[in-house]
Unconditional design. Structure first.
Length: 324
């Protein structure tokens, strides 16, 4: 520890400064770098681990995000109470402005992977296997939706101050992001896990909108396949994104998730989603639940599944009707 005394002092000073400036993500990054230099059995390690836990909780609660986002107090329901239709229009415009600012600020980070040679080479390898099977337009579209999904993990990891590499693609299996630092708790893991399907939803929606605007069935096929792949990733098992999301749910919340998935299956007339509900129920019975509720993750999980499944079914039906 004495070997790194000067470095630790500098990192602690930088972290304190970042906290005073309100930059939670930068503070987390400095504290995590300091933690990597300390033995786990030291008092300093325990103190810094506690600081990271507190800052991480702030990020999980919505702090540390991009500046410029405009909150809409009370949402649409409150807007209706305050001013009727005109207030709702203003609320939606403010939400759209916030989304636009978010896309502009995250756009540079989304392109990060294209600057990394291992990512590019692995993308070419996977793209080649898809190309041989489905042709280059569909192959390219699927590859880009998968890339956006993986970069969603990277973006949220960086929000938590966790260092991670750019995505690596494995033909026939998918892609993964290599962590260079460990996550601190279940809440970090859940939010990082569901970030992939959340950003992937943006790519899925974009492909579906492109299909509706242009009428090109290739875009519809990309939207359908992207929705299916993201929905499969929401299975609450193993290291899939759904499994990482479930780690922060209590047993009661897991049963609610299972019931919610069953309702989604009924609404969409989708037997495969009903099977997913069965998996959720099994995890509720056999899994190790969290002792702290996390309604935010529960709601996000059900929303993502419904959105991806809905778009996949709509796109598939439209493409099938078009005779692709």
């Amino acid at each position: 520890m004495l070997l790194h005394a000067a470095t630790l002092t500098t990192l602690a000073a930088n972290a304190e400064c970042a906290e005073q400036l309100g930059d939670v993500t930068a503070a987390l990054s400095h504290w995590r770098d300091a933690l990597d230099l300390l033995p786990k059995n030291t008092p300093q390690y325990a103190v810094i681990h506690g600081r990271i836990a507190g800052l991480s909780e702030r990020v999980s609660n919505g702090e540390g995000k991009s500046a410029g986002a405009t909150p809409v107090a009370g949402g649409v329901r409150q807007a209706w109470k305050n001013g009727g239709v005109s207030a709702i229009v203003i609320a939606f415009l403010l939400k759209f402005k916030s989304l636009l600012i978010l896309l502009l600020t995250k756009g540079k980070l989304l392109l990060l992977g294209f600057t990394k040679l291992p990512t590019l080479l692995s993308m070419v390898a996977m793209g080649g296997s898809y190309w041989a099977r489905w042709g280059w337009p569909l192959a390219l579209g699927l590859l880009l939706t998968l890339y956006v999904h993986e970069m969603g993990h990277v973006i949220v990891l960086r929000r938590y101050g966790v260092k991670a590499g750019a995505p690596i693609f494995i033909p026939g299996l998918g892609a993964f992001v290599m962590l260079r630092q460990v996550l601190n708790n279940r809440r970090e893991s859940a939010r990082t896990g569901l970030a992939g399907p959340l950003y992937g939803l943006g790519a899925t929606v974009l492909a579906y909108v492109a299909y509706r605007v242009t009428g090109r069935t290739t875009f519809g096929a990309i939207a359908s396949l992207s929705g299916v792949l993201n929905a499969i990733n929401l299975l609450p098992v193993w290291t899939l994104d759904g499994g990482r999301g479930f780690v922060t749910l209590t047993r009661r919340e897991r049963w609610i998730a299972a019931a919610g998935v069953a309702v989604i299956a009924f609404l969409f007339h989708a037997p495969l989603i009903l099977m997913l509900a069965g998996v959720c129920a099994a995890v509720a019975i056999l899994g190790s639940p969290s002792d702290r509720p996390d309604p935010q993750i529960l709601g996000l999980y059900l929303f993502l599944l419904a959105a991806h499944a809905g778009i996949a079914i709509l796109a598939h039906s439209a493409v099938t009707a078009a005779g692709m």
